[in-house]
Design a protein around this ligand. Structure first.
Ligand code: ADP
Ligand code: MG
Ligand code: MG
Length: 212
């Protein structure tokens, strides 16, 4: 069961980490085609030695994932994903843990909105620059819309996944303007942004990099 109340298995975030751990080589290959080829190694440095399943509330697990990204992963992605997980975890903590539940639909939407602002302020990327912002920003909009329509957490997560996947797919048409990938110019055309794919995985789905 997807019990996100703490103590027991955190299925949502365990599934996410498992997918990233299993895709390190594919993520490296995408970053090799459109960047400097270290994205998989950076994800491996952050998540490679995590024993699954993860246990604990959403806020606790997100805080731990954030810390790993900030401290262990190199590259732009360490700082950016560290910021994303930190914002989601903080929204979870402030809005839901007081009543002892997992991350609520509203807290999730708020956390994503905060994450978009923080990531854009940190790295200076805007939508259309061929970064994970192209998955994160539409996901935040979809989450807010679904939460406002009183949908539950799982439905909000699904709405975010659909929006993030579409955004990640669209990065194939974009030329990178930020990060190491920007040094290659047109070479990044036709290659989906690997960071955007990982953002989509955070919201679930069963997709592999080949689906993007
Ligand atoms: P680096 O570009 O430093 O080699 P990584 O390879 O670890 O970093 O991570 C690459 C990913 O980081 C890209 O796929 C992209 O999604 C994301 N990224 C790069 N620059 C930015 C930025 N300025 N803002 C947000 N995300 C970024
Ligand atoms: Mg790289
Ligand atoms: Mg690099």
């Amino acid at each position: 069961a997807n019990d996100r109340k703490g103590g027991s298995e955190n299925v949502w975030l365990s599934d996410f980490v498992e997918r990233v751990q299993g895709a390190v080589d594919d993520l490296t290959e995408l970053d090799r085609l459109a960047g400097d080829g270290d994205f998989g190694a950076n994800m491996h440095a952050a998540f490679g030695d995590i024993d699954l399943p993860l246990h604990g509330s959403d806020s606790v697990v997100l805080g731990a994932l954030s810390h790993r990204m900030l401290v262990r992963a190199g590259g732009t992605s360490g700082a950016v994903f560290g910021t994303l997980f930190r914002e989601l975890g903080q929204a979870s903590q402030s809005l839901t843990d007081a009543v002892g539940s997992g991350l609520s639909a509203t807290a999730f939407a708020t956390g994503l909105e905060n994450a978009v602002s923080a990531v854009m302020a940190l790295g200076g990327a805007e939508e259309g620059d061929n970064t994970l912002v192209d998955a994160l920003a539409p996901a935040a909009r979809a989450a807010r819309e679904a939460a406002s329509a009183d949908h539950g957490f799982d439905e909000v997560l699904t709405a975010s996944y659909d929006a993030a996947r579409e955004g990640a797919l669209a990065t194939r048409e974009l030329v990178a303007k930020k990060g190491r990938a920007s040094y290659l110019g047109d070479a990044s055309k036709g290659v989906p942004d690997p960071g955007a794919i990982v953002v989509a995985w955070l919201f679930g789905g069963s997709g592999r990099t080949a689906d993007f």
